[in-house]
Design a protein around this ligand. Structure first.
Ligand SMILES: Nc1ncnc2c1ncn2[C@@H]1O[C@H](COP(=O)(O)OP(=O)(O)OP(=O)(O)O)[C@@H](O)[C@H]1O
Ligand SMILES: NC(=O)c1ccc[n+]([C@@H]2O[C@H](COP(=O)(O)O)[C@@H](O)[C@H]2O)c1
Length: 187
């Protein structure tokens, strides 16, 4: 039976840290299950990309990195119920033997269910973070060097930066509306 590893992320967007982490995971097991977390979420500043777009980024980036082992991409909508989350994941994906993560909550939830958990190495977390990349996109700073070339091209194809900027503008104007003094209409 092939040894399978599970790796969960939101991939908003896929970046070079994910690929480095996945290179490590691919080196440890025969097959990799990649769970796409918060799969229901899109069009928000924290989760701008749809699951279909995140899948396309992963396919292109893994191809670019020459990671040719068998992998499965499985969307995982949030259930906001930590106590049963690992059991829920188990019900959504094929059998796996070991979990790779750098997220301490994910590690704890799987360890408590008896799974082997390997904390994967982190690479330049100061800049290789999706939060940093989204921030740079909103602020018009260079972000392309932090993601695989194929992902940068794809984000341009789908006008991803324009989407994030629009989401930031919408948020700013709704915050302004909330702060505006309440005017009582005169009758
Ligand atoms: N720089 C990195 N090096 C190695 N692994 C990373 C890096 N950044 C994230 N990961 C791994 O990816 C998984 C989380 O994926 P996720 O898409 O949430 O990344 P993120 O960059 O932390 O996202 P966000 O900043 O949007 O919260 C975790 O297992 C984490 O250990
Ligand atoms: N209760 C839950 O729904 C639950 C618990 C732990 C992790 N998760 C998800 O797993 C993913 C973990 O990825 P991050 O490392 O980006 O947090 C996220 O999508 C997160 O929402 C969900």
């Amino acid at each position: 039976m092939p040894k399978r590893g599970l790796f969960v992320g939101r991939f908003q967007p896929v970046h070079n840290g994910h690929i480095k982490a996945l290179e490590f995971v691919f080196s440890q097991v025969d097959e990799v299950i990649i769970g796409i977390g918060s799969a229901q979420a899109s069009h928000t500043l924290k989760n701008p990309f749809m699951t279909s777009e995140r899948m396309e980024m992963l396919i292109r980036a893994l191809d670019e990195a020459g990671l040719e082992k068998r992998y499965y991409l499985i969307p995982l909508p949030d259930i906001n119920f930590n106590a049963i989350w690992s059991t829920y994941v188990q019900s959504m994906v094929p059998r796996f033997d070991v979990v790779f993560t750098g997220n301490s909550l994910v590690a704890q939830l799987f360890r408590e269910r008896g799974y082997e958990v390997i904390v994967q190495p982190m690479f330049r977390k100061d800049i290789l973070s999706a939060t940093e990349i989204r921030k740079r996109m909103v602020e018009g700073e260079p972000w392309e060097e932090l993601v695989p070339k194929s992902v940068a091209e794809f984000i341009k194809e789908i006008k991803g930066v324009e989407r994030i900027k629009m989401l930031a503008t919408n948020l700013e104007s709704s915050e302004k509306e909330l702060q505006a003094p309440i005017r009582i209409p005169e009758f």
